[in-house]
Design a protein around this ligand. Structure first.
Ligand code: DGT
Ligand code: CA
Ligand code: CA
Ligand code: ZN
Length: 589
């Protein structure tokens, strides 16, 4: 069992205890445990398996939690969770997954309005009965209604980062088999989509039975949904489906191409094949001209595309957006890579809501071979995170001065994540912001405002000469919170006019701007800065998720500002157009 799954189970226990009105200390213990395990850099299963170590050595894990964790790892279940689940109707549990509706509110609805299902909840909201309850109100009712829609989808798709954890674990499991020549995860996972509906594995082997047995024996396999001669579908403990196909070597490329998709991309390919007197399917490319189909290609994916006189598109581009046009014009973009990244310009420390100190973040960034970072703690408006006022910010900058002497050769930028106030304007005085090397401006409060209000706030920030970039520009949380209403076209046009950058926040729950919006930024010649928004040293590792999203947008190294060294990057800010136009060839998305 993976750390993330254990953490999710403890979070669930906390939710259920809260729903029952349990002692706050008790549920906080489970919430803390969930966070501790979720942040742990090694699998708890590994600690458990090591006889020289004990789970209780991990800070925050006592005897009781340690024994629950070992039960979970050994049996895959937790009696406490089963007990809690047995006491609450299953339909009510669905309500706990509605964003904006915590366990406490769900309990109130259950007790006071006898609401037991999402359908009843929707009805009650639409009839205006929810707003009458104490502590709810009209706004809450609207949020719940939106949340019901989100919850319906959230059940179906997981974050790419979560899918990746499962994929790596499955690949390690299959590595034991000597009858596998090639194995590749295909589908939306391979295309790097921000969420994944199910996993599709493709295997090159002459022993399909053994490969399928191996999947059946995987520790996380919950049940087998279907099994044939060469294909199989199973469900994992967490609920995710895995489709497996086993093919011989001469079909592997064709099958990989087919099952990577996307469906729309494949539809276009089939049309192009037809025009060339060819036929393409999961078995290969065939010549159809002389009645009897003759095999043209299929062993390698690149051969399949070559048979159609096409480049082997990076999977991230296979969405039937612009890739065929680019190929036709011979300017398929050379997509940005993680190795191109030189700096990270959004991160937090213990001064606000980060878990690592300034120095620890610097060390961690150096260990990751970055050349520069900006420290961007929250500004004072973010009271929950102990945001910095001018005095504390200047004190932090003094500390940075000292560290600069200590870490010569590595650039530590004096930055701030400055809130854009609800009423417009920045949360810190202009003279303070002017002293910073790097300012990211962000909207955290007043996210329910109208489109014109929020857009105006962001336009105001772009106009401020000290602002360098807009952080997580739409505020969305994947599966949990919709983007706020903002006119991105206006924002991007203004960013281009003032020579400002747009962030692609690499946190797997944010990925904000998304792929389509990043492509729009490129169309406006606005450079993207991919940032981790790290709140811990491990938080610096999310950069690769941002890179995937940038690649899906068709961004090249030149389109991403933090592939440059700091001197060059800083030269982009405040200039228009923000970077040379010959690098921008390519139509719009
Ligand atoms: P997902 O799982 O919803 O995140 O998205 P995908 O793209 O992984 O979709 P999935 O798992 O249903 O199928 C994997 C790939 O297999 C898909 O991208 C293209 C191919 N495929 C599946 N069904 C069809 C189909 O009916 N027609 C065509 N042309 N391709 C299909
Ligand atoms: Ca899939
Ligand atoms: Ca599938
Ligand atoms: Zn931040």
């Amino acid at each position: 069992m993976q750390n993330a799954q254990i953490a999710a189970i403890f979070d669930r226990v906390a939710d259920l205890l809260e729903f029952q009105g349990a002692n706050p200390f008790r549920l906080r213990a489970y919430r803390n445990a969930a966070r501790t395990i979720g942040d742990l850099s090694e699998p708890v299963a590994a600690i458990l398996a090591d006889e020289s170590r004990s789970l209780t050595d991990v800070a925050g894990i006592g005897d009781d939690l340690a024994s629950k964790i070992s039960t979970l790892i050994e049996t895959g279940t937790l009696p406490l969770l089963d007990d809690l689940l047995a006491k609450i109707p299953a339909s009510v549990l669905g309500m706990l997954r509605v964003p904006g509706l915590g366990p406490k509110k769900a309990a109130a609805l259950y007790k006071q309005l006898q609401i037991e299902s999402l359908d009843q909840l929707r009805e009650a909201c639409e009839a205006g009965r929810v707003r009458e309850l104490k502590g709810f109100g009209k706004k809450t009712e609207e949020t719940i209604l939106e949340g019901i829609d989100l919850a319906a989808h959230a059940e179906e798709r997981i974050y790419w980062a979560e899918a990746d954890e499962l994929v790596q674990s499955l690949l390690a499991h299959f590595a034991k088999l000597d009858c596998i020549r090639q194995i590749e995860p295909a589908g939306s996972y391979r295309r790097g989509r921000e969420t994944v509906g199910d996993l599709d594995f493709l295997v090159d082997s002459d022993a399909p039975g053994r490969v399928m047995d191996c999947l059946a024996e995987y520790s996380e396999t919950d049940r087998i949904l279907a099994r044939g001669e060469t294909k199989m579908s199973i469900r994992l403990v967490g609920g995710l489906q895995v489709d497996l196909r086993v093919v011989p070597a001469d079909l592997f490329g064709a099958a990989l191409q087919y099952f990577t998709g996307s469906k729309d991309h494949n539809v276009v390919l089939r049309g192009m094949a037809k025009q060339k007197g060819l036929k393409i399917n999961e078995w290969g490319v065939f010549r159809t001209a002389e009645g009897d189909d003759s095999y043209v290609a299929g062993a390698k994916e690149a051969d399949v595309y070559a048979a159609l006189e096409l480049p082997c598109f990076p999977p991230e581009l296979r969405e039937a957006r612009q890739e065929f046009q680019w190929a036709h014009e011979g300017n398929l973009p050379q997509l940005v890579e993680i190795a191109d990244i030189r700096g990270d310009l959004h991160m937090h420390t213990t001064a606000t809501d980060g878990k690592a100190t300034l120095e620890e973040m610097v060390e961690a960034a150096i260990a990751r071979r970055l050349q520069y970072i900006a420290i961007t703690d929250h500004s004072k408006r973010v009271t929950m995170a102990n945001g910095l006022d001018a005095r504390r910010l200047r004190a932090q900058w003094k500390e940075i001065d000292a560290l600069r002497d200590q870490y010569g050769g590595f650039t530590i930028l004096k930055g701030i994540e400055c809130d854009i106030l609800e009423s417009g304007g920045m949360d810190l005085p202009d003279d303070v912001l002017a002293e910073a090397d790097w300012v990211v401006a962000s909207v955290h409060y007043g996210q329910n405002q109208s489109e014109s209000q929020i857009t105006d706030r962001i336009l105001g920030a772009l106009e401020n000469p000290s602002v360098s970039a807009i952080a997580h520009p739409t505020g969305r949380l994947i599966n949990r919170r919709k983007p706020y209403a903002v006119d991105l076209e206006q924002v991007l046009a203004a960013a281009a006019r003032f020579g400002k950058l747009m962030e692609l926040n690499a946190n797997p729950a944010r990925l904000d701007l998304d792929d389509v919006a990043c492509a729009a930024a490129k169309r406006h010649r606005v450079p993207i800065v991919i940032s981790t928004d790290a709140h811990s040293t491990r938080g610096l590792d999310v950069m690769r998720y941002g890179i995937l999203q940038a690649r899906r947008a068709g961004l090249t190294k030149a389109d991403v500002a933090n592939t440059r060294d700091w001197q060059e990057l800083r030269g982009l800010i405040g200039k228009r157009p923000a970077y040379p136009t010959q690098e921008l060839a390519g139509p719009t998305m």
